[in-house]
Structures are given as C-alpha cells and as structure tokens.
Design a protein around this ligand. Structure first.
Ligand SMILES: Cc1cc2nc3c(=O)[nH]c(=O)nc-3n(C[C@H](O)[C@H](O)[C@H](O)COP(=O)(O)OP(=O)(O)OC[C@H]3O[C@@H](n4cnc5c(N)ncnc54)[C@H](O)[C@@H]3O)c2cc1C
Length: 392
C-alpha cells in the first residue's frame, strides 16, 4: 500500500496551487439580493477560460474530445486544491453532461457543445430536481410535447445554479403514459430562450443562491435532445461522473478547523474568555475532529485509488459522501460549542471572530447532507449494495 505522492503529483499540486493563488479570489463572488450577479458570473466565466487555457477545465476528458486524459489522482489533486480556495473547478457541464454527449450524442452535438465546454465559453447548470422530484427523481413532471421540428416545454426545476449558466441540461417527461423511468428524455435548453424565467432562492446564511426555473411554452429544437426519446433516464444514470471522491466535503471542513485551531492557539482566545482549563476540554474534543477528518480523507483517497485501478466505485462513494457531509455538520457544531456565543455572530457584528465563518459553516453544512443525494439515500445504497441487505 503506497500512501505517498509521486514527485510528479507533488509538482502538479504546486502548479495548481500557484495558479489558483494568482487567478482565483472567492471574495469576488459576493451573492445576495442586492449584489450584481452578472459581475460574479463573468468572474467565473473568465476564470474558467483561464482554466481552459491550461487544459484543466476538461482535464479528465479523453484526448479525442480535447481533454488531457488526466489520471484520477491528478483530477483529485486538482479538485482538492480548488476546494481549499472554494474555486469552481468542477461543473455539471464538464462532469455530467459531457459524458452523456460523448456516449450518446450525435456528431453535430459533439461539435456544437463539447468544444465550447473545453474553452469555457458556455456555462452549464444541472436542472434535474423538481419540487416533487428529488430523491425520487424519476417522478419528474416537466413536460415536453413534440411539435414539428421541436418540443414545447412546460414545467419547473428547482435547486440549481441557473443564474451562473447560459444553458441548462435537464430531464423532461416525453411520455406520461409510460412507466415513470421510461418516459423521460434528456434535453439541453438555452436559458435565454423565450418562456424561461429564473427566480432566486437564497441560502439561509444569505451568502449563496439557488434558483427555481420555470418553463412556459419554451420551444426547443429536436436537435437539443440527447439520445433517443424516452431513454433519458438511462443516459442520466450512465453518464459517468467519475470524480466522486467527495474530497471537497473534507476540505470544506478542514479550512474552518485550521482557522479555529490557530485562533485558539493565539492570545485572542483568552480575550473572549477561554481560560486554560476550558482550552484543554476544547482540545480534547477537537482532537476527535482530527481523527475523523483523517478517516474521511482516506476514504476519499480510496475512491480515487479504486478508479485508478479500473474499478467503478459504488457504495464506497456513498460512504465518503455520507461521512464527509455529516462530519461537516458535527464539526460546525463542535466549533460553535468551542467558542460559545462568539461562534454565533456573523461578520457584520463587531464582536464576531474568524470573519463569522463558524456560523456560516454551521448554516451551510445543513445543505451538504442533502445535495447530491441525501444521507438517507446514501445509507440505503450502503445497506443494499454494500451490506447486501434486501430492499424494504
Ligand atoms: C446545496 C444543494 C445543491 C443542489 N444542486 C442541485 C443542482 O445543481 N441541480 C439539481 O437538479 N438539484 C440540485 N439539488 C437538489 C438535490 O439533488 C435534492 O435536494 C436532493 O436530491 C433531495 O431531494 P428533495 O430536496 O426533493 O428531498 P426529498 O427527496 O423530498 O426528501 C425529503 C426527505 O425524505 C427522505 N427520503 C426520500 N426518499 C427516501 C427513501 N427512499 N428512503 C429514506 N429516506 C428518504 C430524504 O432523505 C429527505 O430527508 C441541490 C440541493 C442542495 C441542497
């Protein structure tokens, strides 16, 4: 068993770190009801263009489609470094839609959609979920009705990043009479098309945004459907998103954790009334976080190592997702308990510490156990596919 990085991997990590240091500043992305969101979108677009110039935006793609055929370890290092500075180094377009097009798209679709993805010209958002279809995605109701050389689309999607996208890749119902998995088609829709409207939904910490997207008689050409009509479900589940190590979840916790440790080790902790007896108790609890983070990190690395050996991870991804996202919540709670009431103050308070990152993390990590499949769904997968227990 080899736990160390090769020189090449270490050098790559340094190169990515330096690049991000020079080209990315998460502070340029303030989101809020009164913020210029176009400015943030353009900042992301420019950053993605720079990534594209390095070939990193689509580094995992096969070379024939303009990728670098990068190893899984390289991809993981890239994601890990990106997560440290909260940079958008992965995206639904490059990771989910692109494989769907590569495997099921026409030659015209490959030319029209893959090339602008490699250059970062067109940004995509993923529009699968609906108000009544999340865990049970196949219950989706957004309807597409064939009309001449196109489809007319009506319905609603929710919880997506459409405000940062030019296009949305989505699933729509094309046959309402078929069994639910067999009446769905995979569709690409221009977010600027007539009849599309996007409403913001703000994260509870006020610092992030989702959207609900409404389609009202939106006309979409037939050529925007990927694969056969009514086969969209199978395309969605087989469009291989191989980067699922969950490493970003661990890194998200690590950032706040390290800042908290530095704070506690400085004289500032004494200023907020933490004496040495209390500090000892806090350290004892935080040492648990150290162990847990290490376990979660190794679980993530295991996924990458399986992929490198040509094995497709299955319930192992669910284990990493479940542990990483739940640890985020445990740790945020631990951090608040460590610093008491100061841990509840947002950065607009003159008494806040660590720029209000602790309460932000507390509020933000709630969504981590929901996004990308809830903890209950991950546990179902671990139980049935991992432990071999019967479905109940
Ligand atoms: C931060 C964030 C980002 C997201 N980004 C996107 C995006 O870009 N695009 C997109 O399309 N969607 C996105 N989503 C939506 C996400 O995929 C769904 O929220 C998620 O799949 C859960 O679906 P739901 O919200 O409809 O909850 P539901 O499926 O209604 O679940 C409600 C509760 O019931 C439980 N439950 C449901 N079914 C079962 C079952 N079979 N067994 C046990 N318990 C069950 C769930 O675990 C949950 O606790 C995002 C969500 C979040 C929080």
């Amino acid at each position: 068993m080899e736990f160390s990085w090769s020189n090449e991997e270490e050098n790559f990590r340094l190169e990515v770190r330096e690049f991000l240091d020079e080209h990315w500043d998460a502070g340029m992305l303030p989101e809020g009801p009164n913020v210029d969101n176009d400015a943030a979108k353009n900042y992301v677009r420019n950053f993605k263009r720079k990534l594209a110039e390095k070939g990193w935006l689509t580094m995992s793609w096969p070379e024939e489609y303009g990728g670098q055929g990068a190893s899984y370890v390289q991809q993981m290092i890239f994601r890990e470094e990106g997560a440290i500075v909260d940079a958008p180094v992965g995206g639904g377009g490059e990771q989910i839609l692109a494989p769907a097009i590569m495997l099921n798209g026409t030659e015209e679709q490959k030319k029209e959609y893959l090339v602008p993805m490699t250059t970062g010209e067109v940004l995509w958002s993923q529009g699968y979920s609906e108000p009544g279809a999340g865990s049970d995605l196949a219950s989706l109701q957004t309807r597409a009705v064939k009309d001449g050389d196109g489809y007319i689309i009506n319905g609603q999607k929710v919880w997506n990043g459409a405000h940062r996208g030019d296009m949305i890749h989505t699933l729509v119902r094309t046959d309402p009479d078929a069994p639910k998995h067999r009446g769905i088609s995979y569709m690409m829709i221009d977010l600027a098309a007539k009849g599309v409207s996007i409403n913001p939904l703000w994260h509870m910490n006020g610092l992030g945004r989702f959207n609900e997207v409404f389609f009202e008689d939106v006309r979409v050409p037939l050529s925007n459907r990927i694969g056969e009509e009514n086969r969209g479900w199978y395309i969605a589940v087989t469009s291989l998103d191989f980067e699922r190590s969950g490493i970003h979840l661990i890194i998200g916790i690590q950032g706040v954790y390290e800042k908290l440790l530095n704070f506690l080790a400085s004289s500032k902790s004494n200023e907020i009334g933490i004496d040495s007896a209390r500090l000892k108790k806090i350290y004892r609890r935080l040492s648990e976080t150290t162990v847990e983070l290490e376990v979660a990190r190794l679980l993530s690395y295991r996924i990458t190592s399986m992929q490198s050996a040509g094995i497709v991870p299955n319930y192992e991804s669910s284990m990493a997702k479940c542990l990483g996202s739940e640890l985020g919540q445990f740790h945020a709670r631990r951090a608040i308990n460590a610093v008491g009431l100061y841990g509840q103050l947002l950065k607009n308070s003159k008494y806040s510490i660590l720029n209000g990152e602790i309460p932000n993390s507390y509020m933000y990590t709630v969504s981590r156990t929901i996004a990308g499949g809830t903890s209950e769904i991950q546990r179902n997968i671990i139980a049935t596919r991992g432990l071999g227990l019967p479905r109940s």
